[in-house]
Design a protein around this ligand. Structure first.
Ligand code: ZN
Length: 307
């Protein structure tokens, strides 16, 4: 009984804390933004009208005591601070400047409870209480892809993260390792997250995504957002830590989704995620680069989006 009483007390404290939130307008909360659909207590999605899906699996800070912490071996549980706020900025700039909306899949649940960028066993550590939340997240991405392909020939998928590496630059992960980026001849195109794009657009060369003038990293770097890989910064140095893409990137750009391509975007903190002004600045550069990416590399022209 005592245990039940303590649980009740924790719930009351949590309710009191959440009730205080609206009275504190200085504190910025990503939950102030209204999305079109909440699938469960932790998963929020937005239907869009352009061929872009942004997934935000690690930005959540909800830490309910009702769900156990993951406890399987060799797991990572770090929160990608500010990535929900980043996608909120991207969405609002997209509406304001382009009058269209990306598709969004966002988790508010802390990574200590569930990791949405892993296969289900490691993601949940076999806790069946969170498998429904996991499935909601991934079934939504799957259904968004199917829905988009009714209207568009291809889909761009971006898995949005934040890294804690010292070098303040965006890391784009195409399932190409740092050593392969240093030696592009070693890249096997079929194992990259842009292989489907090469199949769909045979006129592109196999390094189109990495360091050409029309590569997404180059377009971002031109707008004062340092990015690797790009023409300006082709590869991490030997000792630089670098994320080359994870489970979601691999899954949704793989053979089961032959018309989807994309990358993992790992955002640095300073100048990108650290405050609202910088998030808006990044969002503008990001969207301008995305639109240039479509118009220069694909048959999908931004002027036709949303129509
Ligand atoms: Zn992450």
């Amino acid at each position: 009984m005592l245990k039940n009483h303590s649980s009740l007390l924790l719930i009351l404290i949590a309710l009191a804390a959440s009730a205080c939130k609206p009275n504190n307008p200085a504190k910025e909360s990503p939950k102030d933004i209204v999305y079109k659909k909440k699938l469960d207590a932790y998963t929020e999605v937005q239907y869009g009208n352009m061929p872009l899906i942004i997934s935000v699996p690690h930005g959540g800070t909800d830490n309910p005591t009702t769900l156990p912490d993951r406890n399987c071996p060799n797991i990572t549980t770090v929160t990608d601070n500010g990535t929900i706020e980043m996608v909120t900025a991207i969405d609002s700039v997209c509406r304001a400047e382009y009058n269209v909306q990306p598709y969004l899949v966002i988790s508010y649940l802390k990574r200590t409870k569930l990791d949405l960028n892993r296969e289900i066993t490691e993601a949940t550590c076999d806790n069946s209480a969170v498998s429904g939340i996991y499935n909601n997240y991934h079934y939504t991405i799957d259904s968004f892809i199917a829905k988009l392909l009714l209207k568009y020939p291809q889909v761009l998928f971006i898995d949005l993260h934040g890294h804690g590496h010292t070098k303040q630059r965006i890391e784009l992960g195409y399932l190409v390792s740092a050593s392969q980026l240093r030696n592009p001849a070693a890249i096997a195109p079929s194992s990259t997250s842009y292989y489907n794009m090469l199949l769909q657009n045979p006129f592109l060369n196999s390094t189109q995504f990495l360091t050409t003038a029309n590569a997404f990293g180059t377009l971002l770097a031109e707008k004062n957002i340092p990015t690797v890989p790009s023409a300006q910064d082709p590869a991490p140095l030997t000792d630089d830590p670098y994320f080359d893409g994870g489970y979601n990137t691999k899954k949704y750009t793989g053979a089961a989704y032959p018309k989807v391509y994309g990358w993992q975007l790992e955002a640095n903190y300073t100048g990108v995620r650290d405050n609202k002004t910088n998030r808006i600045k990044f969002a503008k550069a990001f969207l301008q680069s995305v639109m240039e990416f479509y118009s220069r590399n694909t048959s999908m022209q931004p002027a036709g989006f949303g129509k």
